[in-house]
Design a protein around this ligand. Structure first.
Ligand SMILES: *[C@@H]1O[C@H](CO)[C@@H](O)[C@H](O)[C@H]1NC(C)=O
Ligand SMILES: *[C@@H]1O[C@H](CO)[C@@H](O)[C@H](O)[C@H]1NC(C)=O
Ligand SMILES: *[C@@H]1O[C@H](CO)[C@@H](O)[C@H](O)[C@H]1NC(C)=O
Ligand SMILES: *[C@@H]1O[C@H](CO)[C@@H](O)[C@H](O)[C@H]1NC(C)=O
Ligand SMILES: *[C@@H]1O[C@H](CO)[C@@H](O)[C@H](O)[C@H]1NC(C)=O
Ligand SMILES: *[C@@H]1O[C@H](CO)[C@@H](O)[C@H](O)[C@H]1NC(C)=O
Ligand SMILES: CC(=O)N[C@H]1CO[C@H](CO)[C@@H](O)[C@@H]1O
Length: 578
């Protein structure tokens, strides 16, 4: 049969059929314009498969006196400082637990603001169960790990402008490492730890780091970790040393042999374990030549190739919002994903790609942009785009710290992107669907199989501030049985949809929608509304439930100006999702 015959175009919302884009209401009426558009999904086979725990966020080493453009945005978010708070958190959680169990004094136990933020932090991480957390960043290649029997002082980073990255080396005391691991275990996080890859090398004036990696300090940390029974999901070698590097660089062939040595070390120390930690690298900016060499020469040593993304330029840029709202600018961000996928396919390796660190705008982001509602346009678009090129995990810079935290640096209250990430995590299943949009360039459209049902979930982002877009759906390759299911919506089926299982008939004719908008329509707001209601933690630090609205399946999906919609459609069953 010809491919045209094989193509079963199924138009769900029929009034849209074949019209494409057209303005519905008159130009002369007041209020925003409405245009129509169509999402087209090819349901034959998935084009990518993300990790179950795709969402990842970073914790960095930057101390409080890390400043950019005259602003110091890191507070006490450093891995070396946050750990102090962690002790408090654990103590207070214990105290709360005791109070709850043994007395009725709970109401009298007043939470201080610091205690409250600590509880928010634990709850925010736990909400993902698990959240991947990558510990690393620029200063990771200047960290030494305290080792047993080492009586050298274990000092913090000290500001020093003549040093690379403006700070002296810093030391991770094992007592802090204990606290971090205790906390991460309690919060249910999966930790990826970035090792110092400059250890033992000398850095030339041109930035080239010469000599082999001295793994002895890393080895002592890994050994200590294993002996203590801590689980580390992955060990990553170095930060931004690939290609031209940032500050310093390592030649690809040298890095390859260092990575092979790290893999041997991990295999050796963890030989008794059935599941061994992953080895990741290089945690740097994509460089086709350098990455090709790495992937081709480490077929059995590298489980995950990680790259970093700051495609919006420096945080000080005053045109960040213009870039975020420009569809062609966003499209330009697909280049490294596409190229890296090509390299992996060509080599036939089992190595997979992750985004190991991505904060959009470098040098700590931009206050009220990279921590405000508008940034969810960029962030969710990145998550959608990365998935469609088979990226398995995406680490956001940062969980806390800088101007791009998912959580507020001082209160740990969630910023809008936190809720965007949580919705993604709860709804978007592993299989990625080939998706395109016609009608307007201002809609970004992605689709995955649903995480909670046998159906699909659409992610639609409206970059236009004046236009509501009414979205219909066309499915290629839906089977005739699906057609009949959709047309005879009264038909009851015995399928078990997680959320709607008790109302399977209902599930056949309804879908669930999550509409995200900025408070007061202000793109710079740090408050996001879900279906018109403010999302915020409760006074006791509980992360709010994310409640959908249900919509008649025969209605188009209405994407308001400057809004983001997740639409969960349990009744559409595609071959790609079975
Ligand atoms: C859908 O995807 C399959 C591969 O998965 C491809 O063979 C087919 O041509 C695509 N159909 C359309 C209409 O693009
Ligand atoms: C690696 O570093 C350790 C600790 O600093 C040192 O004792 C050892 O000699 C170094 N190894 C090499 C090969 O330089
Ligand atoms: C954190 O939250 C406080 C209180 O809402 C706010 O004043 C502050 O600007 C926020 N900080 C950042 C960096 O967003
Ligand atoms: C909406 O359109 C008007 C008129 O073209 C323009 O002045 C305004 O900036 C637009 N608003 C947004 C949010 O794009
Ligand atoms: C489609 O429906 C027909 C009739 O209801 C049934 O015989 C057939 O097995 C179904 N095919 C699939 C792939 O479910
Ligand atoms: C859904 O919409 C159709 C067409 O407008 C209508 O016939 C049907 O009663 C609606 N169903 C529900 C549950 O509202
Ligand atoms: C499940 C299904 O119908 N798959 C078909 C989708 O279309 C392609 C060609 O366009 C066929 O090869 C598949 O068999």
């Amino acid at each position: 049969m010809g491919s045209l015959l094989n193509l079963l175009g199924l138009c769900l919302w029929l009034y849209l059929a074949s019209h494409g884009s057209k303005t519905v209401n008159s130009q002369h009426t007041a209020g925003p314009a409405v245009v129509e558009g169509t999402v087209r999904i090819n349901g034959t086979a998935p084009i990518g498969r993300i990790d179950e725990d795709f969402i990842c966020a970073t914790l960095d080493w930057w101390p409080p006196d890390k400043c950019d453009y005259g602003t110091c945005s890191w507070g006490s978010a450093s891995l070396l400082n946050l750990v102090r708070l962690f002790l408090f958190i654990i103590l207070h959680l214990l105290l709360l637990l005791l109070l709850k169990k043994y007395c009725s004094l709970l109401a009298l136990y007043q939470l201080g603001t610091r205690d409250l933020s600590n509880i928010i932090l634990v709850n925010a991480i736990k909400a993902f169960s698990p959240l991947k957390i990558r510990m690393g960043g620029t200063l990771q290649d200047k960290v030494v790990y305290q080792s047993i029997g080492d009586h050298q002082p274990c000092g913090q980073f000290v500001r020093n402008t003549v040093e690379m990255f403006g700070f002296t080396q810093g030391c991770l005391p094992m007592s802090r490492w204990d606290q971090l691991n205790t906390f991460m275990r309690q919060a249910g996080a999966k930790v990826i730890f970035g090792l110092n890859a400059l250890s033992g090398r000398t850095i030339g004036s041109d930035g080239l780091a010469v000599g082999a990696w001295n793994s002895s300090n890393a080895e002592s940390l890994i050994r200590y970790t294993v002996n203590k029974g801590y689980t580390i999901h992955g060990w990553e070698l170095g930060n931004e040393l690939s290609g031209n590097g940032v500050g310093a660089r390592v030649a690809a062939d040298q890095y390859v042999s260092d990575l092979i040595s790290l893999q041997k070390t991990v295999q050796n120390i963890c030989s008794g374990f059935e599941v061994k930690p992953l080895v990741l690298g290089p945690g740097g900016f994509f460089d086709a030549n350098w990455f090709t060499q790495l992937v081709d020469k480490t077929p059995n040593s590298l489980q995950v190739v990680t790259h970093h993304i700051y495609n919006l330029g420096p945080g000080v840029d005053t045109h960040l919002v213009d870039k975020i709202l420009d569809p062609s600018y966003l499209d330009g961000g697909s280049q490294p994903f596409r190229d890296l996928q090509g390299i992996l396919k060509n080599s036939g390796t089992s190595t997979v790609a992750w985004v190991g660190e991505s904060g959009g705008a470098y040098n700590s982001g931009h206050n009220l942009v990279t921590n405000a509602f508008v940034f969810s346009f960029w962030y969710l678009d990145q998550l959608g785009m990365a998935s469609s090129y088979d990226t398995k995990t995406y680490c956001r810079q940062t969980l806390i710290g800088g101007n791009y935290g998912l959580l507020n640096t001082s209160t740990f209250a969630p910023n809008p992107d936190y809720f965007s990430a949580l919705l993604w995590h709860r709804l978007m299943g592993r299989n990625v669907l080939s998706t395109s949009f016609s009608g307007t360039k201002k809609i970004r459209a992605y689709a995955h199989c649903s995480k909670t049902s046998q159906g699909i979930v659409l992610l639609l982002i409206n970059l236009d501030g004046n236009t509501t877009v009414q979205v219909g759906l066309t499915l290629d390759n839906a089977t005739t049985n699906q057609t009949s299911r959709l047309q005879q919506t009264h038909q009851t089926r015995g399928s078990n949809f997680a959320r709607m299982s008790r109302q399977s008939k209902f599930a056949q004719i309804m879908r669930e929608e999550y509409h995200l908008t900025a408070k007061d329509g202000d793109l710079h707001s740090q408050t996001v509304l879900l279906n018109g209601k403010t999302l915020s933690v409760s006074s006791s630090g509980t992360i709010p439930a994310l409640e959908p609205i249900t919509v008649n399946l025969s209605d188009p999906i209405a994407i308001a100006p400057f809004s983001i919609v997740f639409a969960d459609i349990p009744s559409i069953h595609l071959p790609a999702c079975s």
